[in-house]
Design a protein around this ligand. Structure first.
Ligand code: G3H
Ligand code: 13P
Ligand code: NA
Ligand code: ZN
Length: 328
């Protein structure tokens, strides 16, 4: 059944677990996530980015998630809109049936330029007012995603690296977080702790200077009842990087967010963990391997079947590691 993010994260807080929020773009990713949830008896967050809506089209996304709910009637499913760039985008998603939306007011509507704090409060507050009137949850974001490591290539880190913002300015300020939550009424708050989107997060195994797990503890101390969200939380498994490289792929040395660090976050109020890149890496690795193994095969189902199984196994690992298994 479809439920709101608030309903799910309240349960997660009560039972002290975290929920992976996996990005969806196509049939195989949705099937992989649902198979893993069924196997582990986990509640599900399926999230669609603007890129996903462009790739699949809103009607396909909506109907595929409906199909997932029909096939797995016993599993709670949150249909979440990832990184809405404006109140208008969020309103469209609410009308389309999403049970949760993210208003990302940390950036201007171009989704690139860091926005002012007052802009962020204003757009997020407006979305909360609209969404709550129809039972839809809202995630806000405070702080700037992007690597704290100079030279590492994060999505928004042009910002930090260019010196427009200092490292400390990119991280979420605990006092401002408390003010933001009380002025906007968000159900969940995405925080910046040094992670970035994509495969190239860190050029070495992250330590406390580039992945600020302690910042989560400070924010949680100020906001013990707020559900915290970690973006850019793929772990970038070295095994999958190697499989991709062994089959003709070219991926430079890179490191993600270790599962153990996410578990430390979950002990300190993190309830939603966004993961897209890990599924991409597993599917790409599995497809490259299958194509190399059976070069005469031309039925794409052969390759997609391996890709789905690889993504499913990765999702099973995350459901179990985050304490989500058995909670549906
Ligand atoms: O927010 C980042 C997610 O990984 C979505 O990526 O915009 O390529 O769909 P995307
Ligand atoms: P990754 O790129 O680390 O998977 O992060 C995804 C994300 O934060 C989507 O909003
Ligand atoms: Na999101
Ligand atoms: Zn994100």
């Amino acid at each position: 059944a479809m439920i709101s993010l608030r309903q799910l994260l309240d349960h997660a807080a009560e039972h002290r677990y975290g929920v992976p929020a996996f990005n969806i773009n196509n049939l195989e990713q949705i099937q992989a996530i649902m198979q893993a949830a069924q196997k582990t008896c986990s509640p599900v967050i399926l999230q669609a980015s603007a890129g996903a809506r462009k790739y699949a089209g809103e009607p396909f996304l909506r109907k595929m998630v409906e199909a997932a709910a029909e096939m797995y009637p016993d599993l709670p499913i949150v249909m979440h809109q990832d990184h809405g760039a404006s109140p208008a985008v969020c309103l469209q998603s609410i009308r389309s049936g999403f049970t949760s939306v993210m208003m990302d007011g940390s950036l201007e509507e171009d989704a690139k330029t860091p926005a002012s704090y007052e802009y962020n409060v204003e757009v997020t507050r407006r979305v909360v007012e609209m969404a709550h009137s129809v039972g839809v949850s809202v995630e806000g974001e405070l702080g700037c995603l992007g690597s704290l490591e100079s030279g590492a290539a994060g999505e928004e880190d042009g910002v930090g690296a260019a010196g427009i913002l200092s490292h400390d300015q990119m991280l979420t300020d605990p006092g401002q977080a408390a003010d933001f939550v009380s002025r906007t009424g968000v159900d969940a708050l995405a925080i910046a702790i040094g992670t970035s989107h994509g495969a190239y997060k860190f050029s070495r195994q992250p330590t406390g200077d580039i992945l600020a797990i302690d910042r989560i503890k400070e924010i949680h101390a100020r906001l013990p009842d707020t559900h915290l969200v970690m973006h850019g939380s793929s772990s970038v498994p070295q095994e999958w990087l190697q499989i991709i490289r062994d089959h003709g792929g070219e991926i430079k040395e890179t490191y993600g967010v270790p599962v153990a660090e996410i578990q430390e976050g979950i002990r300190n109020g993190v309830r939603k963990i966004n993961i897209d890149t890990d599924i991409r890496l597993a599917m790409t690795g599995a497809m490259r391997r299958a194509m190399a193994k059976d070069p005469d095969e031309f039925d794409p189902r052969r390759f997609l079947k391996d890709a789905t199984a690889a993504a499913r196994d990765l999702c099973v690992d995350r459901f179990e590691a985050f304490g989500c298994a058995g909670m549906a």
